[in-house]
Design a protein around this ligand. Sequence first.
Ligand code: G6P
Length: 372
Amino acid sequence: ATAEKGTYVHYMQKEIYEQGRSLTDTLRGRLDFEHGRVVLDSLNLSAAQVQALERVTIVACGTSYYAGLLGKHYIERLARLPVEVDYASEFRYREPVIGPGHLALAITQSGETVDTLAALEEAQAQGAFTAAIVNVVGSQAARLCDGVIYMQAGPEIGVASTKAFTASAVDLLLLAIYLGQARGLLSASAVMTLLEELSRLPGLAGELLEAAWQGSYYRELAGRFAHYQHFLYLGRGLNYPIAREGALKLKEISYIHAEGYPAGEMKHGPIALIDHQMPTMVIAPRDRVYDKMISQVEQVKARGGTVLAVAEAGDPILAEKADFLLPVPPSHELLAPILAVLPLQLFAYEVAVHRGVDVDKPRNLAKSVTVE
Ligand code: G6P
């Protein structure tokens, strides 16, 4: 029954709007408030094994790769382990430095992506501990790895991944807390705060999505922007991966060229592209790089560009400086990226619908790439 569209027009639409619930499912059984810890039993990684870890290598493709970029921030910040993130298709054909003492972590919704499986096999052959954040139970990745963290997101049918991205992000944050705690780096109160913030996330996502569902704002925005040929997406820090993922969503289903770029790099190239024909989407919740994002907005405006901003609801500065706001509820800095991706999914979806694309079956793409 969970794989039926019900009242929705597309699976992708359903999968976007059900993220309040899917995030609840992802968190189910993971937050142990009584003992102040996260529960990741199927990871099969003891505290002693965690203490012996030297580094983490994340391998993935597509949307899962962008989740990995966010995971790097989480793990480096909370567990102080160096993290490398690689496209699985690149990892398998170089001579990666990996071996005992390394955690090779795959992120894969399907658990069947051929490049990701090959990367895992390579890491395993070199003696790394292998684990996968995976949605499909019993998939190849789940069977191959030493440990698993399930997304618990339910079946994802839409070719463009949505709820698997937010589930992966949550799993990565849970993993970062787990590693940080096992390495003795997080105080009991710091862990409690993170558990509480995580438990609020599904509600915040649900509120944002409910407001979007009740209104027509995203359809109106889509009407205004569906005819553009190019888009620039900018984010920094935790929200750089969100810029990449937002741009990928737009390309995949609307066939509009979109580039996701680290905001600080704009002056080294993309700024040359800015004009009235190339709108810029900035992801700018009030985090430690917020002021820097504001100055990027000013730079774009000064060059005649149009700015859409994913911003905290009621942000007075961006309300004035940006042309259009895509509001997100205020949240903990580490959770803000997970909420910030939702407006970008909605935007890409509505633009694609406006352009008449079969959103669930975009041309040339497959849900899961099982051949090279
Ligand atoms: C394909 C899909 C993407 C997905 C990627 C990785 O390209 O169209 O939506 O992100 O594969 O898939 P995986 O199942 O490994 O996460």
